[in-house]
Design a protein around this ligand. Structure first.
Ligand code: SF4
Length: 455
């Protein structure tokens, strides 16, 4: 699998006045799988002077950007953090988040996950107003939209509501103004956002795993189009007045999210197991062993094994310490990188017919290498089963699914892909099974069927 989620966000307001930078660090580490190119934290003290927001960000993993000293130096009981994997705007420190800005009525810091499809048009209007300039990032454009409205509104949450009505796309956005934590989720609920609590702290996060890792308890998911505002007086909820149907990103369940997260009431683990069961039901294979590509293929492999009665085995060791730099642009470099990241445990597959489960096939390069590694390790047959339908279209909501021309399934039949990756047979999850995989949750699937939910 080689597509990437763009970002993870986390925000926290501690009512007792305790510093929160350490909590944000823990939560961002729990969200590190959502982006490894840059990390950042903004904090402010709700009892201090208005406008004093401290921001630190840089390129690399959370543990590379922050030290004990920098975390201890960021004082404040209200804050937001961000981890980023970039597509829009490229991999540059100027695009790292949070974005902190001062304006005539105050200051804010903002982080977001997702993609604003009409950002270019908004930027043009902002340039005309003298706000944005040519190099402004999408995050800055979002901030300028809110600031424009703030000059006309009595409070920042009303400004967020007005600005959100102009945004088109999938996003989960967190904002701190010096006395408030605000979270907003796009009206389709494409990107996840969830609220939790620990003692007198309220938290907002991309995934429940970040809340739990920070010692908190999940309260509930933020609804599609909901705006949550946390102040010293508690939590209030408002809605973006757009009446559209939810279209949650199905790939959160298939691949992006951590297996221990629960998103919109659906356990990621259960969803992956169900996908495996459905694959076994509709795409059975004569085999001796079911194995999964770690990490996201493992739960689906367990589901396949449970449904088929074929024994499950852990055939791969995954080296989790291979950094982002291993992701190479060319096919041959990508293929070498697979060997760095995955190895086959000797003796497990030798002389066996195996069912190999992975969450998706993008270009085919990675899968071709994995199949070859299994044959080198002695597997007599390799039957590939994919726990998602074929990728046929790019994603416009903040995930770097490549252009159609690079998607192997868009250019070739199932038989051709099977031959290309060197497998004995190949089958995908059926498109009509997606709603069963998410237990009835309404999901979007534009990268699979071109049905774009955003008008
Ligand atoms: S197009 Fe695909 S990857 Fe993008 S948000 Fe929709 S389901 Fe998720």
């Amino acid at each position: 699998m080689a597509i990437h989620e763009e970002c993870g966000v986390f925000g926290i307001y501690d009512m007792t006045g305790r510093n929160v930078a350490g909590d944000i660090y823990c939560a961002l580490t729990a969200l590190q799988h959502r982006g490894q190119e840059s990390a950042g934290i903004s904090v402010c003290d709700t009892h201090g002077p208005m406008g004093n927001i401290s921001t630190k960000k840089g390129m690399g993993l959370v543990s590379e950007v922050f030290t004990k000293e920098t975390i201890e130096g960021q004082k404040g009981n209200l804050g937001v953090g961000h981890v980023r994997y970039s597509t829009t705007g490229g991999s540059r420190v100027e695009n790292a988040q949070p974005i902190a800005m001062n304006y005539i009525k105050g200051s804010l810091a903002l982080v977001h996950n997702g993609n604003i499809m009409n950002a270019a048009q908004l930027k043009e209007n902002q340039m005309y107003r003298g706000q944005a300039h040519y190099t402004s990032s999408d995050t800055e454009i979002l901030a300028y939209e809110i600031i424009s409205e703030r000059t006309k509104c009595g409070c920042i949450e009303d400004a967020v509501k007005l600005a959100s009505q102009r945004l088109r796309g999938g996003y989960a956005c967190l904002i701190i103004s010096p006395r408030k934590l605000i979270g907003v989720r796009d009206p389709y609920g494409i990107k996840p956002l969830i609220m939790g609590k620990r003692g007198d702290s309220y938290m907002l996060a991309s995934e429940s795993a970040a809340i739990v890792s920070s010692g908190g308890e999940v309260i509930r998911d933020i609804k599609p189009g909901e705006i949550i505002t946390v102040t010293k007086d508690g939590v209030k909820s408002d809605h973006i007045p757009l009446d559209v149907k939810p279209a949650h990103c199905v790939f959160e369940y298939i691949y992006f999210a951590r297996v221990d997260s629960v998103i919109d009431g659906v356990s990621v683990y259960s969803s992956r197991v169900r996908a495996g069961e459905l694959l076994a039901k509709y795409s059975s294979a004569e085999a001796d062993l079911v194995i999964g590509v770690p990490d996201s293929g493992l739960a689906a492999a367990k589901g396949y094994a449970d449904e088929s009665g074929i024994p499950f085995a852990l055939a791969f060791h995954k080296n989790s310490y291979v950094g982002r730099s291993f992701i190479k642009p060319t096919d041959s470099e990508r293929s070498d990188a697979v060997r760095m990241k995955l190895s086959v445990t000797p003796g497990i597959v030798a002389g066996k017919r195996v069912v190999l489960i992975d969450d998706s096939i993008v270009r085919g390069t990675t899968m071709r290498k994995i199949v070859a590694m299994l044959r080198e390790a002695g597997a007599t047959e390799v039957h590939v089963r994919v726990s998602s339908p074929p990728f046929l279209y790019p994603c416009y909501y903040g995930t770097d699914v490549p252009a159609t021309g690079q998607l192997i399934a868009a250019e070739h039949s199932v038989e051709e892909v099977c031959k290309n990756i060197g497998a004995d047979s190949l089958a995908y999850l059926r498109l009509e099974d997606l709603s069963e995989v998410t237990f009835g949750l309404p999901v979007g699937s534009a990268c699979l069927d071109s049905n774009c939910p955003v008008s």
